[in-house]
Design a protein around this ligand. Structure first.
Ligand code: PMP
Length: 453
């Protein structure tokens, strides 16, 4: 059966998606932290569908919310109302009121990229059609035309002609930053470099409105996702926001990958002491069941006077299945005693394991983490030169389930990120157990030994 399916795939499926392995794999079922193939070999999943399945595969509470809605009201045309859409918008907006004291509204869409498009429309509208944005080198915001235009990697855009509408600014990637500068200092340095853009354009003549003439907004991921789970210094966004405020530039925070408790908070920007003007979410808000995405924006940008009926629309936006699961996801976390603290504790424990791997294997150049967003950067034996070939081999061996632990065959689901595609980006289930983390570290240890011996 598998041979037949793979032959059909070779002939009939587009190969346009990004893949990071050499041999394809067909999965058969999933449960908890594991994917299983047709022979029932377990693959401990350390990426959870690019951080879309934060609450584990087969989460009974969320699956039930989906089937309940499926039986009662699975379809409503998007111009009509249903309770789940309203309750979800209110929950997200009230969280913003509580956290930042900021009033705002929510607009839904289906996938992450589409929500980024809505954010682009919103800030262009607010800045009278200004279509240029700032974004970070190494940033990723999706693959629709507008979202790829603000995604830094040229290879995502080069086939489709020029529609570049972004200026890319360095992100404080400390491990690859200048030698001898500490992390906080490097953050400040990057902010200063950014502000120099405004000074030089006006020949040193200070014009507080200069930025407004140039760009409408700065699109940021608080922690870079596809860019390699790079965590900026603590003070970075506070300093950056001061510059944005001086120049009238809006801050759009993309929480599609790092949101929904991946870092122990509902939104990862909550670690960094600034209030966004627009926030974009998707992926894990429905635990990867029935896609739903959206934007939250401050009232000034999204109130019906500036964003009136007909401003944007998608048939499946605010669909009842997605909104019902998303609402249940947020309620489930709310009912837990300090869910965020538990994520932080598991993250710290996982990071200790990664630090052990770094001590035991010269090729592990850097490890870091915030909550359960963790990184392991694979290098040459000098511990610094990026080694993509090695990480590719790790992914292939892991996906071939060519690892043996306690007398049983095991696989791992790993993903790769980073400028040089040499970073193992780790986003395990937030419900992962301590013994599963131990297993992850043992399997990664075996894998590193295999590729370096
Ligand atoms: N922004 C970020 C930060 C992402 O990680 C992603 C998906 N990897 C997107 C936007 C695009 O979302 P989607 O793939 O659902 O369109």
């Amino acid at each position: 059966r598998e041979t037949r399916l793979l032959a059909l795939e070779q002939r009939y499926c587009s190969h346009g998606d990004t893949v990071h392995y050499s041999e394809p794999k067909i999965f058969d079922r999933c449960q908890g932290s594991y994917m299983y193939d047709a022979e029932d070999v377990p693959y401990l999943d350390l990426q959870m569908w690019y951080s879309a399945v934060n609450f584990g595969y087969g989460n009974q509470r969320l699956n039930k919310a989906l089937t309940r809605q499926l039986d009662r009201l699975p379809q409503v045309a998007s111009q009509y109302l249903h309770a789940e859409k309203i309750e979800l918008a209110a929950t997200i907006a009230q969280h913003a009121e509580k956290t930042w004291g900021a009033g705002g509204r929510v607009h839904f869409n289906v996938g992450g990229s589409q929500a980024v498009e809505d954010a682009l429309k919103l800030v262009r509208n607010a800045r009278r059609g200004k279509g240029t944005m700032f974004a970070f080198e190494g940033g990723y915001h999706g693959r629709t035309l507008g979202a790829s235009a603000i995604t830094s990697s040229y290879r995502y855009r080069r086939r489709y002609g020029h529609f570049d509408r972004a200026l890319f600014v360095p992100f404080p990637y400390h491990f690859r930053g200048p030698k001898g500068m500490d992390k906080e200092e490097y953050g400040l340095h990057c902010v200063k470099q950014f502000e120099r853009l405004f000074e030089s354009e006006y020949n040193g003549v200070w014009d507080p409105k200069a930025g407004e003439a140039e760009c409408a907004a700065f699109f940021v991921e608080p922690i870079q996702g596809t860019g390699g789970y790079v965590i900026p210094p603590h003070n970075f966004f506070i300093e950056l926001k001061k510059v944005l405020d001086r120049h009238g530039i809006l801050l759009v925070v993309d929480e599609i990958q790092m949101g929904v408790y991946r870092t122990g908070k509902l939104w990862s920007i909550e670690h960094f002491g600034v209030t966004p003007d627009v926030l974009v979410f998707g992926k894990a808000i429905t635990n990867g069941l029935n896609p739903l995405s959206g934007i939250w924006a401050r009232d000034a940008l999204i109130n019906p006077e500036v964003f009136p009926p007909g401003s944007t629309h998608s048939t499946f936006a605010s669909n009842p299945l997605g909104t019902a699961v998303a609402l249940e996801t947020l309620r489930m976390v709310e009912e837990e005693q300090d869910f965020g603290a538990a994520v932080m504790a598991k993250g710290a424990y996982f990071l200790e394991g990664l630090q052990y791997l770094q001590r035991s294997h010269k090729v592990v150049g850097d490890v870091d983490g915030l909550g359960l967003a963790l990184r392991m950067e694979i290098c040459e034996e000098d511990g610094h030169t990026p080694n993509k070939a090695l990480v590719d081999r790790m992914v292939d061996i892991a996906l071939a389930a060519d690892l043996e632990l306690d007398g049983r065959r095991h696989g791992l689901v790993l993903d790769i990120g980073g400028y040089y595609k040499n970073v193992v980006t780790l986003a395990p289930s937030l419900l992962i157990t301590k013994s599963e983390i131990d297993q992850a570290i043992r399997l990664l240890d075996l894998l590193l030994t295999r590729v370096t011996r």
